[in-house]
Design a protein around this ligand. Structure first.
Ligand code: ZN
Length: 128
């Protein structure tokens, strides 16, 4: 198995150090457990929360995504639906943000791990 690229590792929710170990224990569509993570990488043993509160930062990333959704959906509704009543904006945005919550939660944590945790890819931890 070739080592995945950083982008692949992010899309597949893999460990930032070995790019092989899973970060989450269940698939995103498992709504009861989409948020449960391994404490340590099952392949290289990296403790994911390298400092206490690391994942609080993921909330800011998630917030950024939510703001982007509000903006994009707002612009689309205004232009494509002819500026509907405010309740339509609110219902549409709320629906999309709620439906996307498991994906945004996971993506935010993965981005936090890969870009802001200080952990770098190290091929010596990959099992070939
Ligand atoms: Zn790992």
């Amino acid at each position: 198995m070739a080592t995945p690229s950083k982008a692949e590792a992010i899309l597949k929710n893999r460990c930032p150090r070995c790019r092989q170990g899973k970060v989450f224990t269940h698939p995103a569509y498992n709504l009861r457990k989409f948020d449960s993570m391994y404490d340590d990488c099952p392949v290289c043993g990296l403790h994911y929360e390298v400092e206490v509160g690391l994942f609080y930062g993921a909330m800011y990333i998630s917030y950024g995504f939510s703001v982007a959704i509000v903006f994009i959906v707002g612009v689309l509704l205004y232009n494509l639906a002819g500026d509907p009543p405010t309740s339509v904006y609110i219902a549409t945005v709320a629906g999309i943000v709620i439906l996307a919550a498991p994906i945004l939660f996971r993506l935010s944590r993965i981005l936090m791990l890969h870009f802001f945790s200080g952990i770098n890819y190290d091929p010596s931890y990959s099992k070939v």
